[in-house]
Design a binder for this molecule. Structure first.
Ligand code: DMJ
Length: 571
C-alpha cells in the first residue's frame, strides 16, 4: 500500500508538521541573517534603547490565535472571462503602466534618493525624512505591475537605508508608519526579500519607541531627542487618525516576526477606542481631534470621517480582516461607528436629476439638549472622504451587512458623479453642497442654488479647488468593482484616468494642479508636486481595476491606508 501524507497516522502527521515549521523558521532566520551580513544595519539600534516606561513581557497582549472566524467572502464571484481581459481592458491597463513607468523613470533619474520628484522643475525634495519615500512607497506597485528588474535594482538602496541618517529632528509617526513601514511590509509580503523585512524591523523598532510615554499613547511627532531622553508625551489635541491607525502595520510586523511588542503597543490603543466610543459628544464616533495625553475624547464637538480622522474608521474592518476575525471588538466598533455616521455624517445632495448618490460630510454637536437633537450635519465633501465608499463595502462584505454594500455603492457613485461634474473631469479637494434633509432625497429647488457663483448645479462652494493626485475616489471605485463585478466601475475608472492624465501630465511626469474648476484641462496650473501616494496608491488602483481579479484578491490581502496590500491569514 502506498503511504499517503494525508492518510498518515495522526502522530506522524503532527511530527511532520512540527518539523516543517521548525525547518521554515530556521530557513527564514538563515535568509535574514544572510541579508544582515550583506547590508549594514542603521546607525542607531532603537531596539537597544532604554525605555522610560517599559512593559513586562508578561503584561503584553499577543495577536489572537486559534481558528479563523466567520468573515464572509469579499470579492464578487467573477466569470472565467474576467480572468482573461479583453483587448480594450488590456490596453487600458498598459496605459496605466506606461504612466507609472514615465513617472518612475523621472523620479529615479532626477530625484532618487530624495523623497519626492518635483515634476515640473525635475529635481528632488525631502518631505518625509529623506529616506527615498517615493521609492519605498512604490516597491509593491513595481511588483504588482510585474516590473521585476526595476524592483531588483532598488534592493541595494533599500539595504542601504539608514533610519538614523536624516536631517530632521522629528518625524511624523503616522506618515512614517503608513508609507515606509507599510510599503516595506507589503513589498516583503509580495516578494519575500529578507532585506526588506530587515529594514522594516529596524524602522518598527524606532517607531515602537514612540509609545514610550507615560500612558503608552504615541505623540504625533517623534522627536529623536525626546525619545532618547525618555521625555515624550502624547498630544493634547492630535488628529485621531494618527495614533488610531497604526494597527495594521504594527500587527503585520508582529505576525511576520513573532515579536509581540508591536502588537501590544496598538492593542492598548484599541482598548482606549473601545472604552471611549460611547463617551464622546457624538456616541459611536470619536472627534477629529483628541486629547490623548489625558485619554479624553469628550472635549471636542467636531466629527468627520474625512481629513485627520479617516483611517481610524478605515482600519476597524481592516483589522478584523488581518486578524482573521479573531477579535470581535473591531467589528463591534465598526458597526456602531457606521450607525452614527449614517445618521449624522452622510448626506444626500439636492440635485436637479434626483441622482441617488451620497457623500461623507462633517458633523458638529451644537447643543445636545436642543429639541432637534442639537447635531448639525455639514454638507461639505472632501476628496479624502471618498475612501468611505470602499470602507462601507468592505465592512458590509466581511460582516454580511447588505445595506452597507448598498450605501457603499451610493457613496462611490457620488465621487464618480463629482468627478464628472467639473470641466476637467476631476473632483476638487474640498467643496460644499446643497443637501437634502434625509438620505431618501428631495426635490430640486432652483432658488437655493446660487447661479452667480457659476458652480455646477448642486454645489454651494469649492473651498479648495486643487487636485493633488489623491487616490481615494479610484480606491473606492476599484474596491466596488472587485466586490460587485459591475463593469460600470471600470468605465468610470477609465474616464477618471484619462481626465487625470489630461489635466496633470507634465512633460516627464504628473503634477498636482491648482484648480479643477477651470474651463478645460489645458488651462490647469501645475503645482510642481507629486506626492509619493500617486505611484503607491492612485496608479496602483487604476492598474488593478483593469487587471484580472485574482491579482491581489481582496480575499487574500487587505490594503493599508497607503494602498499597501498585507497578506490575510489563510485557512
Ligand atoms: C495617503 O497618504 C493615505 O491614503 C492617507 O490615509 C490619507 N492621505 C493620503 C492620500 O490622499
Amino acid at each position: 500500500m502506498v503511504w499517503s501524507w494525508r492518510r498518515g497516522r495522526p502522530s506522524a502527521r503532527r511530527l511532520g508538521v512540527f518539523l516543517a515549521v521548525v525547518f521554515l523558521i530556521l530557513f527564514l532566520r538563515y535568509r535574514l541573517s544572510l541579508s544582515e551580513s550583506m547590508y549594514p544595519p542603521s546607525g542607531f539600534d532603537w531596539s537597544k534603547q532604554q525605555l522610560r516606561y517599559p512593559i513586562n513581557e508578561s503584561d503584553m497582549s499577543r495577536p489572537p490565535q486559534g481558528p479563523l472566524q466567520n468573515l464572509q467572502r469579499v470579492q464578487y464571484r467573477f466569470q472565467r472571462a474576467a480572468f482573461v481581459p479583453d483587448a480594450r481592458t488590456k490596453s487600458r491597463r498598459d496605459a496605466v503602466r506606461d504612466a507609472f513607468l514615465r513617472c518612475w523613470k523621472s523620479y529615479t533619474e532626477h530625484a532618487l534618493p530624495h523623497d519626492e520628484l518635483m515634476p515640473v522643475s525635475l529635481t528632488g525634495k525631502d518631505t518625509f525624512g529623506g529616506w527615498a519615500a517615493t521609492m519605498v512607497d512604490a516597491l509593491d506597485t513595481l511588483l504588482i505591475m510585474d516590473l521585476k528588474d526595476e524592483f531588483r535594482a532598488m534592493l541595494p538602496l533599500v539595504g542601504a537605508l539608514d533610519w538614523a541618517n536624516t536631517p530632521l529632528t522629528s518625524i511624523n509617526v503616522f506618515e512614517t508608519t503608513i508609507r515606509y513601514l507599510g510599503g516595506m511590509l507589503s513589498a516583503y509580503d509580495l516578494s519575500g526579500e529578507p532585506v526588506i523585512l530587515q529594514k522594516a524591523i529596524e524602522l518598527g523598532d524606532l517607531l515602537y519607541v514612540a509609545f514610550d510615554t507615560p500612558n503608552h499613547m504615541p505623540p504625533f511627532w517623534f522627536d529623536f531627542r525626546d525619545a532618547k531622553k525618555g521625555t515624550q508625551q502624547a498630544g493634547t489635541s492630535d488628529p485621531s487618525a494618527s495614533p488610531c491607525s497604526l494597527s495594521l502595520e504594527f500587527t503585520r510586523l508582529s505576525q511576520l516576526t513573532g515579536d509581540i511588542r508591536y502588537f501590544d503597543a496598538i492593542e492598548r490603543i484599541k482598548h482606549f477606542l473601545e472604552r471611549t466610543q460611547d463617551t464622546t459628544q457624538l456616541p459611536g464616533l470619536w472627534p477629529v481631534f483628541i486629547d490623548f495625553a489625558r485619554e479624553d475624547p469628550t472635549r471636542s464637538a467636531d466629527f468627520s470621517l474625512g481629513a485627520q480622522a479617516d483611517s481610524l474608521y478605515e482600519y476597524l474592518p481592516k483589522m478584523s480582516a488581518l486578524l482573521g476575525g479573531r477579535d470581535p471588538a473591531y467589528e463591534k466598533m465598526y458597526r456602531s461607528a457606521m450607525a452614527a455616521a449614517e445618521k449624522h455624517i452622510l448626506f444626500r445632495p439636492m440635485l436637479p436629476g434626483g441622482d441617488d448618490i451620497l457623500f461623507s460630510g462633517n458633523a458638529r454637536v451644537r447643543d445636545k439638549e436642543a429639541a432637534d437633537g442639537g447635531v448639525d450635519t455639514i454638507p461639505e465633501g472632501q476628496h479624502l472622504g471618498c475612501f468611505v465608499g470602499g470602507m462601507f463595502g468592505l465592512g458590509g462584505k466581511l460582516f454580511g451587512i447588505k445595506s452597507h454594500v448598498e450605501t457603499a455603492e451610493r457613496l462611490t457613485r457620488g465621487c464618480m458623479w463629482a468627478y464628472a461634474s467639473f470641466p476637467t473631469g476631476i473632483m476638487p479637494e474640498v467643496f460644499g453642497m446643497l443637501s437634502c434633509p434625509s438620505l431618501d432625497g428631495c426635490a430640486w429647488d432652483e432658488d437655493r442654488w446660487d447661479s452667480e457663483k457659476k458652480h455646477p448645479k448642486g454645489f454651494k462652494h469649492v473651498r479648495d479647488p486643487r487636485y493633488i493626485l489623491r487616490p481615494e475616489a479610484i480606491e473606492s471605485v476599484f474596491l466596488l468593482y472587485r466586490m460587485t463585478g459591475k463593469a460600470e466601475y471600470q468605465e468610470a475608472a477609465w474616464r477618471m484616468f484619462t481626465a487625470i492624465q489630461d489635466a496633470t501630465a507634465t512633460e516627464r511626469a504628473n503634477s498636482a494642479i491648482m484648480d479643477v474648476t477651470v474651463e478645460s484641462s489645458n488651462a490647469t496650473t501645475k503645482l510642481d508636486s507629486m506626492e509619493s501616494f500617486w505611484m503607491a496608491e492612485t496608479l496602483k488602483y487604476f492598474y488593478l481595476i483593469f487587471s484580472p481579479p485574482d491579482l491581489v484578491s481582496l480575499d487574500e490581502f487587505v490594503f493599508n491606508t497607503e494602498a499597501h496590500p498585507f497578506r490575510r491569514p489563510d485557512r
